[in-house]
Ligand binder design. Structure first.
Ligand SMILES: [Zn+2]
Ligand SMILES: [Zn+2]
Length: 272
């Protein structure tokens, strides 16, 4: 499995000089399994993934399974700018998410409706399917994806992808403190090779004014990795106000508790 980070920022894109080493694009992670493409979230990083796929295309159609954790802007805003959706009728994409808070197809089409965007989603040439999922297990030819609900306003799904004995967990936008969801995220992360986890706030920011906002912090991320027996922690969904220097300091502190910690950065690749 190859994991590539195309967008690592939370909440809103932050193209500012002090943020550029980790990156300013919002959530998008690609996983390739035996040449098959799986995508977790379509924040603004999704646009650059589209450019990469178009370059690789070389006359072959592009297809991918795309998992949306939820429909907040930082997880869907790249879709209108994803070139492979427009060009080729042979391209095909399956969007997987829960329709619990809002219909999946409706949620994606409405962000492009008049007057929010000049091009309607119906003008996209690629074949599109919308798969309503909930907690459970989805089996593909080369991998299996397990899903569980996380603690976030309007809901958010966490994903555990297993293939050939390797496990990647993508669990972002999750606030600690609710026993059901705390258990869910530890269950998802159990024994994972890579845990990509929401570490938006500093613990002191969370305690002072961010409770109820639906996000975690690096100290809780360390708790989750240690309590679930996951091997490596990737801090993700960085706060828009956290500079590269701030994230460097977070990684240093987190490593005092658990050695295998990195912060996700745009362009980072992990091969399992
Ligand atoms: Zn988010
Ligand atoms: Zn959110």
């Amino acid at each position: 499995m190859l994991v590539r980070f195309w967008g690592v920022r939370g909440s809103t894109p932050t193209p500012q000089s002090e943020n550029l080493r980790y990156g300013g694009n919002t959530s998008c992670v690609e996983v390739r399994v035996n040449g098959h493409i799986y995508v977790f979230d379509c924040g603004t990083g999704f646009r650059n993934l589209g450019k990469q796929l178009s370059q690789e295309q070389n006359g072959h159609p592009i297809s991918a399974h795309i998992f949306l954790s939820h429909f907040h802007w930082d997880h869907i805003q790249g879709i209108p700018f994803f070139a492979p959706l427009y060009g080729d009728r042979k391209n095909s994409f399956v969007f997987h998410s829960s329709s619990r808070s809002c219909g999946l197809q409706q949620a994606l089409e409405e962000q492009m409706a008049d007057p929010y965007f000049p091009v309607n989603m119906s003008e996209m040439a690629a074949h599109r399917q919308f798969a309503n999922i909930d907690e459970g297990r989805i089996a593909f030819d080369h991998c299996t994806v397990h899903t569980k609900w996380l603690n976030h306003p309007q809901g958010c799904l966490g994903f555990r992808m297993e293939s050939q004995g390797k496990v990647i967990v993508y669990a972002t936008d999750n606030e600690p403190g609710d026993p059901v969801f705390d258990k869910n995220v530890r269950k998802l992360a159990e024994g994972a090779d890579i845990l990509i986890y929401d570490a938006q706030y500093l613990p002191e920011e969370y305690a002072a004014r961010k409770q109820g906002w639906g996000h975690s912090h690096w100290r809780e991320a360390v708790n989750v990795v240690m309590e679930s027996g996951a091997k490596e922690l990737i801090l993700f969904h960085h706060d828009p106000d956290h500079s590269d220097a701030c994230i460097d300091a977070v990684v240093k502190q987190a490593r005092e508790h658990y050695p295998r910690v990195r912060a996700a950065s745009e362009g980072m690749e992990i091969t399992l």
